[in-house]
Design a binder for this molecule. Sequence first.
Ligand code: IFM
Length: 422
Amino acid sequence: MNLNITLGVASAATQIEGGGFTHTWSDWYQKGRIHDGSNPARANDHLNRWKEDIDLMSEMGISIYRLSIEWARIEPQKGRYNEDAVRWYRRLLEYMKNKGIAPLLTLHHFTNPLWFEESGGFAEPANIPVFLGFVEYAVRQLGDLADEYVTLNEPNVFAVMGYNTGEFPPGKHSMLTAMKVQSVMAACHIKAYALIHSLRSEMGYANTKVGFAHHARVFAPKNKWNLWHCLCAHLTSLMFQDVLTRACLLGRFLFPLKKYFNARPGEYADFLGLNYYTRSTVSSFADGTRKDGPHNDLGWEIYPQGITSCAGELYKLLKRPVYITENGTCDNSDSFRCRYIYDHLKALADSGLPVERYYHWCFTDNFEWCEGESARFGLVHVDYSTQKRTVKKSGNFFTAIIKSKCVTKEIYDEYVAPQDYS
Ligand code: IFM
């Protein structure tokens, strides 16, 4: 298989850094909401091991890395910034640059400082300028070291899990509020898009790229001849991802989203960021999964064709290069990850879409939100008690593809052929 896509890896601050900052996920841990009881204050201790991690990335041939910054660490109190934290991120970005690893910097990845959450977080439209204040500070401090930005990670997952299913903080159960949060976050994205461009051009840079990382999946009716199943699949997709896509990419706020500011229809992304994992099989207004077919260790269906249909849906709306900002799987024994990566890359390579980048989720095993340390998504194994990193077979596979820029028959036979999903 030939590959014209640059391969890299992704992570998020709360999931790897450790360090015990005061934010919504340390609070969620305190409230006993992490299933395996693990504490994000430990995570991968990337705070102290960042050099080792970047060195390993470089040894593995990785040249692009999507990472995020921790808002609560940079702005521990409203309007009061922590210069040590900024220095730490600057050292990290400078080190990456020296190693030839280009950052795609995510400004918000699920975690809020507690002070922001307590003032209503993204459920409060009056907080839009507060988020933008953080964006401005971050770009002024780090903007010389990062050309490319993801404003928000998966606003739909953040909204639905936090405000409808209640599994994420703040643990609310209201679909109406979840839609309001999506509206507010779409406004934040559009405003941040313009702000980052204007700050960077003020700083003298012309090569800025900004987008958001959209979590999209296929919603398929359980029985395609059943009208109710079809209606539920259509409406679920609309509420979970389609209206948000239009708002963020095009500034079009369709019902039930609401426009909380004077957004003009326009084009608000320089790339189409897609986080793709699975297909949902729908027979009601609840999430469903097919019983037959392959599944990962969290029970998510493995459906590689879906990555191209989701990317294709985005591309229909806006003609921009596609960045797969996340794709990966929970495979605790690393027994099918090579096949998973191969099948998804093959689908992308055959799609005819302008897919420029693929960021694998995740570089190392990490703190997987409610599942804590028990769900492993990494190319690199982490022993949390010693913090030892060991490259997995899938990590070696990834490096082999990067080095050959394709999957040769030898690579396929060594890594992919022996693996199956069952
Ligand atoms: O770990 C998460 C990530 O933070 C957002 N996208 C999905 C990943 C796997 O669940």
